[in-house]
Design a protein around this ligand. Structure first.
Ligand code: AMP
Length: 281
C-alpha cells in the first residue's frame, strides 16, 4: 500500500494504473476510520482492481465554530486499518496541496443543499462537492463509494455527477451501526459515556416512526411529533431537525407515500449526530 501526500505523485501512479486498463474504486473519507468506512472499502476492493482511499479533513466543509480543529485524526491507525482491507493507495494531502494560495473555484449544487443539514450548516455541501469533484478529477475512479449514513450528501453528489456529466458510478452503501443501533461516526468519540447511552435514541425514534407507518400512519406531522417527543425524553439531547422528505428533490412531503427519507439531526452539547432511514409505502 502506498501513502501519497502530493498531487504530482498521485497523478503518476493513477496514470500507470489507467495505462494497465485497471478499474479504480475511490472511498473519500475524513479519516479516523471505523467499520462504516471499512465496509465501503471492502465493497470498493471487491468491485474494482485498484482501491484508493482519500483521508482529508476538508476545512471547506466546516462552518465557523464547528469542529474542524478538534476533528479526530490518527493517520497511523488509519493506515493499518486500510491496509488490512486491501487498500492500494492512501491519498492524504495537506490542506495547502488541495487549496493552494489563491484558490478560487467551487462547485455548488443548488436546491438540494438548502434543506436538512444544509439549512443548519450553510456552505457545508459546497465544501463537500468542491473537494469530491477535485478528488474525482485527481483519481478518475470508475466507482466512488459513499455511505447512506450521510443520505443528503449522497443525493447531492449524485446530482453533481449527473449535472456535470462526470464519468463514474456512485455506489451508496448501507449505514453500519453499533450493536445498539447507533450509526457509526468518527464524531461518536466526542460523546461522554452518559451521552453515548442516550444517543441510541436517534435510531430508536426512527424505527418507531417506521413502525407507525407500517401500522398505517401517513401524516408526516404526527410522525415528526412522535420522534420529537422521543428525542426530548433522552437526557441532554437537543433536536436540531426532523424532516420527512421525498427521495428525488428532498422536499417535505404532505403525506407519506412512495419512497420517503426520514432524517434527523440531534445535538448532545456540541456533538452533532445525524441519522436517517428510507421508508417505502
Ligand atoms: P466521513 O469520514 O465521515 O466523511 O465519511 C466518509 C464516508 O463514509 C462517507 O461516504 C460516509 O457517508 C461514510 N460513512 C460514515 N459513517 C458511516 C456508517 N456508519 N455507515 C456507512 N457509511 C458511513
Amino acid at each position: 500500500m502506498q501513502i501519497v501526500q502530493d498531487i504530482a505523485t498521485l497523478r503518476d501512479i493513477i496514470g500507470e494504473v489507467k495505462k494497465k486498463g485497471l478499474s479504480i474504486g475511490l472511498v473519500p473519507t475524513m479519516g479516523f476510520l471505523h467499520e462504516g468506512h471499512l465496509s465501503l472499502m471492502r465493497a470498493a476492493k471487491a468491485e474494482n482492481d485498484f482501491l484508493v482511499v482519500s483521508i482529508f479533513v476538508n476545512p471547506l466543509q466546516f462552518g465557523q465554530g464547528e469542529d474542524y480543529e478538534e476533528y479526530p485524526r490518527d493517520l497511523a491507525r488509519d493506515q493499518e486499518l486500510a491496509a488490512a482491507v486491501g487498500c492500494d493507495l492512501i491519498f492524504a494531502p495537506p490542506v495547502k496541496e488541495m487549496y493552494p494560495r489563491g484558490y478560487a473555484t467551487f462547485v455548488e449544487v443548488e436546491r438540494l443543499t438548502t434543506v436538512l443539514c444544509g439549512s443548519s450548516r450553510p456552505g457545508h455541501f459546497r465544501g463537500v462537492t468542491t473537494v469530491v469533484a477535485k478528488l474525482f478529477n485527481l483519481v478518475s475512479p470508475t466507482h466512488a463509494y459513499f455511505g447512506q449514513k450521510d443520505a443528503q450528501q449522497a443525493f447531492v453528489l449524485q446530482k453533481m455527477v449527473e449535472d456535470l456529466n462526470m464519468n463514474l458510478e456512485l455506489v451508496i452503501r448501507p449505514t453500519v451501526r453499533e450493536a445498539d443501533g447507533l450509526a457509526m461516526s468518527s464524531r461518536n468519540k466526542y460523546l461522554t459515556s452518559a451521552q453515548r447511552k442516550e444517543a441510541t435514541v436517534l435510531f430508536k425514534s426512527l424505527n418507531k416512526a417506521a413502525g407507525e407507518i407500517e401500522k398505517g400512519e401517513r401524516d408526516p406531522e404526527k410522525l415528526k411529533e412522535k420522534i420529537a417527543q422521543e428525542i426530548s425524553a433522552a437526557r441532554g439531547a437537543r433536536l436540531e431537525y426532523i424532516e420527512i422528505v421525498d427521495t428525488s428533490e428532498l422536499r417535505p412531503v404532505s403525506t407519506v407515500a412512495g419512497s420517503c427519507l426520514i432524517a434527523i439531526a440531534v445535538k448532545f452539547d456540541q456533538t452533532r449526530l445525524i441519522d436517517n432511514i428510507v421508508v417505502g409505502v
